[in-house]
Design a protein around this ligand. Sequence first.
Ligand SMILES: CC(C)(COP(=O)(O)OP(=O)(O)OC[C@H]1O[C@@H](n2cnc3c(N)ncnc32)[C@H](O)[C@@H]1O)[C@@H](O)C(=O)NCCC(=O)NCCS
Ligand SMILES: Nc1ncnc2c1ncn2[C@@H]1O[C@H](COP(=O)(O)OP(=O)(O)OP(=O)(O)O)[C@@H](O)[C@H]1O
Length: 210
Amino acid sequence: MFSIGLTGGIGSGKSQVADWLAAWGAAVIDTDRIAHALTVPGGAAIEPLRAAFGAEAIGPDGALDRAWMRTRAFGDPAARRQLESVLHPLIDRAVRDQAERAEGPYGVYVVPLLVESGRWRERVDRICVVDCDPETQVRRVQARSGLTRDTIERIMSAQASRADRLAAADDIIVNDDSTDLDTLRRRVFQLHQAWCDRASRPADGRTTHG
Ligand SMILES: CC(C)(COP(=O)(O)OP(=O)(O)OC[C@H]1O[C@@H](n2cnc3c(N)ncnc32)[C@H](O)[C@@H]1O)[C@@H](O)C(=O)NCCC(=O)NCCS
Ligand SMILES: Nc1ncnc2c1ncn2[C@@H]1O[C@H](COP(=O)(O)OP(=O)(O)OP(=O)(O)O)[C@@H](O)[C@H]1O
């Protein structure tokens, strides 16, 4: 299936873009959602995380204590690597399972750490970056979650720079401070049409008429 890797920094607007693409029929596989599903009570990552980080990592309800883990993961690179070494193989397996069942004109993998991981370039046909200035990222995430500026900046500094992300992009969706939701939706719809068109052509890119 023709596939897009959709990425962008925290608060750039990936989920908003992915929600529209899913509503228009694309097969969306979201690694953030998978990561959340793995860490609910009884999720496949709970016992491995308890073993790696101790009982404190798991809340009284049996779910990952996200605030506890956020403080560790974005305060200490070694803790973040340990968390990723537990979660990323499980996320990868779930992505492959979902991809086998995916149906639609094309597939979209939503991957916050796509540029950072380096493994996605050969797995997707195009990389699409949702681009946003850092100040707008902070403002949006504060409005959405109430996290402090300091925490948001720590998360941003654990991610690829805006320049590195843009350098990896085949397609760019501008979603900066001056972009309202209607404008964003129009930009995303144009790309959706281009991808549907591209996906319906043979792999060598030729179009057959008549
Ligand atoms: C540390 C955790 C518990 C914090 O949970 P919290 O509910 O605060 O954040 P949430 O999971 O909704 O992530 C919000 C955003 O943070 C960023 N982020 C998450 N994990 C990472 C990471 N390892 N490195 C850099 N940025 C990250 C992404 O932009 C993500 O969209 C959580 O982010 C987590 O489990 N991360 C490890 C899994 C992972 O690497 N996920 C990202 C891609 S699959
Ligand atoms: N152009 C826009 N105008 C107004 N609000 C927006 C715009 N783009 C995104 N938002 C809002 O900003 C917040 C962040 O967007 P979204 O959750 O889609 O980002 P994300 O890239 O998925 O973030 P994360 O990496 O944290 O998962 C959301 O509350 C979303 O509704």
